[in-house]
Design a protein around this ligand. Structure first.
Ligand code: 5GP
Ligand code: ZN
Length: 114
């Protein structure tokens, strides 16, 4: 599958290793890493290796692997409670214009004590 990159995009730079990241899982068409500003411990991002700003810009063939990686992260982290979140556009709180899926663990209140 073809990859597509944009030189000025920070997530394309992360894929190429030009910006460091804490890599979790990498496949032929997806890359996942820990969010630099986690809203919960283990907050991860999964991105396709194809520069598309919004979900509707991303070719269909990238969806399955990207979501499969999100699933693998949930399994690897042993998550039972979590959100998959994907923002499109500033009003919808998208800050980085490269499609990304957040994997946000939701620990039970008892897990957060201490
Ligand atoms: P958005 O608001 O666009 O859905 O989410 C963008 C996410 O990317 C934010 O949660 C933010 O913390 C994360 N982020 C932005 N820049 C970087 C970076 O350089 N490295 C990493 N690991 N995460 C980043
Ligand atoms: Zn990009």
């Amino acid at each position: 599958m073809a990859t597509k990159s944009l030189a000025s995009c920070i997530f394309c730079k992360i894929i190429k290793g030009e910006i460091p990241s804490f890599k979790l899982i990498e496949t032929e068409t997806s890359y996942s890493f820990l969010d630099i500003g986690p809203v919960a411990k283990g907050h991860a991002l999964v991105i396709p290796k194809y520069h598309a700003a919004k979900l509707h810009d991303l070719p269909d063939e990238y969806f399955a692997d990207t979501l499969s990686v999100a699933k693998k992260i949930a399994i690897a982290q042993g998550l039972e409670n979590y959100n998959i979140l994907q923002n499109n556009g500033r009003i919808a709180h998208q800050e980085v214009d490269h499609v990304h899926f957040h994997v946000i663990p939701k620990p039970a209140a008892s897990d957060e004590e201490g």
